[in-house]
Ligand binder design. Structure first.
Ligand code: PRP
Ligand code: MN
Ligand code: MG
Length: 203
């Protein structure tokens, strides 16, 4: 039977590529947050797999590191952000106020999601600082100018799935990151990403 693996046009980063880059990021974060009791805040759902590998890679692990999650979503079932970012959270302001927050994302694309979360933390929660660790940075697609502090890999402008990243909730479980074959989303009437034409103005 056809599997998720058969739906990949190519693999961009294997499980071992991901593991070695994440261990570098973890050591860098550990050094930067020594003595700072960071709050590692995952942006669900896409970040779940990166998050669980990254927190284990933050070595030597600073005392006082705690973990929490916030739910943010903007993509409907298409391949384009709707631009309307919804946050769902049960974070208690008094637990977050004054903390050094490390936001964990699978991908920063237009940056609408991450900047919405950051604005919420700064304006509603009085955090001491906030930085972003994102596995992928698809900076070609920015709508808002934003530069994440910790980046695993620069992502080409292709529809990538796996390692937490979904297409219509599918493919999150696969242990590597690949590019989806256009035929897998053709039924939605979505065109493949333009190879290098930049803005196509079809938002
Ligand atoms: C995806 C991804 C990031 C965001 C990036 O989340 O996980 O959170 O989009 O896109 P942006 O920079 O253009 O905002 P999605 O809304 O698909 O929810 P999910 O994490 O539950 O898949
Ligand atoms: Mn997400
Ligand atoms: Mg998604």
């Amino acid at each position: 039977a056809r599997t998720y693996h058969d739906d990949m046009k190519c693999i961009l980063w294997t499980a071992s590529d991901l593991a070695s880059r994440i261990s570098e990021l973890g050591r860098q974060i550990a050094a930067d947050y020594e003595g700072k009791a960071p709050l590692v805040l995952g942006v669900l759902k896409g970040s779940f797999m990166f998050y669980s590998d990254l927190v284990r890679a933050i070595e030597p692990c600073p005392r006082g590191l705690t973990m929490d999650f916030i739910r943010a979503s903007s993509y409907g079932s298409g391949t384009e952000s709707t631009g309307d970012v919804k946050l769902k959270t049960d974070l208690k302001k008094e637990k977050v106020a004054g903390r050094h927050v490390i936001l964990v994302e699978d991908i920063v694309d237009t940056a609408l999601t991450i900047t919405t979360v950051i604005r919420y933390l700064q304006e509603e929660c009085d955090v001491a600082s906030v930085r972003t660790a994102t596995l992928l940075d698809k900076h070609e697609r920015r709508v808002i100018n934003y530069k994440p502090e910790y980046v695993g890999f620069t992502c080409p402008n292709e529809f990538v799935v796996g390692y937490g990243l979904d297409f219509d909730e599918e493919y999150r479980s696969i242990p590597y990151i690949g590019v989806l074959k256009p035929e897998c989303y053709a039924h939605l009437g979505i065109k493949p990403e333009p190879a290098e034409s930049g803005e196509s103005g079809d938002e």
